[in-house]
Write a protein that binds this ligand. Sequence first.
Ligand code: SF4
Length: 367
Amino acid sequence: MTTTADASREAFNRPAARFTAGGLDIRASALGQCRRALWYTATEQPVTNPTPPESLTLLEAGNALEPVVVRAMRRAGWSVTPADRDEPMSVTVEAAPGLTVTGHPDATGRPPTKGGAAAAVEQFLFGEEATTHETDEIVIEVKTRGPEAFKRWQTLGGERSHPESVAQAACYSLGLYGECRDVVIATLDTGSRTWDHEVIPAKRAERAWRNASERLEGLAEHHALHGSDPVTLPERDFTASDWQCQRCPYLNLCQPGGAGEAEDDAELHEPVSDETARAALREYEQAQGRIKSLEADKRGALKTLQHWLQRRGVEKARLDGSAKTRTVGMVQSRRYSVDHTRLNALLEPEQRAEIVTEQVSEYLRVS
Ligand code: SF4
């Protein structure tokens, strides 16, 4: 006998790709996956690099927090109807001939209707050029992200940071309403446990869906040409050093030896023993302790100087230091902030890419 719990498990654990009577069906949450990896899944190849338990725990923790986002949205005045977790509603959309995408919308709803920030949201959603009407329900795609991914999403916008999520929401909109409406991506920062949302206007959501569909069309063509052949493979979308490959369950099948590539890099350097690393860590800890105590001394001295200035009733004064006479004075600093939510809602992703650029630097963190 199949229970609702079984049905729910089956719905959420469906393979990322599978063959159907009509062609190929892709899971909506796998829209951005490597096409070769999807082929391996559809042809039921054995997994060579299973997901480590800690990644599964992270994934499950993320899923478990989704209802928390829904409750937070309700407290902020949103009207939200979450999916029934035991019997989630399934939608299937035709992306191209011989290619369907199937998934389960997280939630649907409406933004708050009163003034202030809520009114601003309304304006983005239902401005003059909007195709979505005020009374329309829209798709809300709920995500949880670590602090860095959350910041990146807020700053760059969903279409640049996680285009597959936007395409996924657009797919649900098409499946539920027969048209691509505005969609909302609501995200929880698992570090600070704060949440934020982004509205993607219908036109842009539709474009994300088109881009994702066109990319997967190649896979449907491969299927039309070669049938369900597990040996004839589509091209790789990534290389061994990409994180997608490093986390791919078929890495050893696709790129035998690929798993060692990142380690090979490290081997170019002199090997460092565990004992040397532990000694380096202890040195780092001692240095950190000294820095903290020096910082406390510096703060104390600055506080004294500030009181001295205030007593004299001046903004600035000269004072003899140990090697030279220095100026002690109050300065004002001004910070400017950009409302990325508004910016992302107002500009096309291409325009944003010219304004908000991304630089990646690498450093070692000890926590
Ligand atoms: S190892 Fe990389 S290229 Fe190969 S299937 Fe996986 S993600 Fe694609």
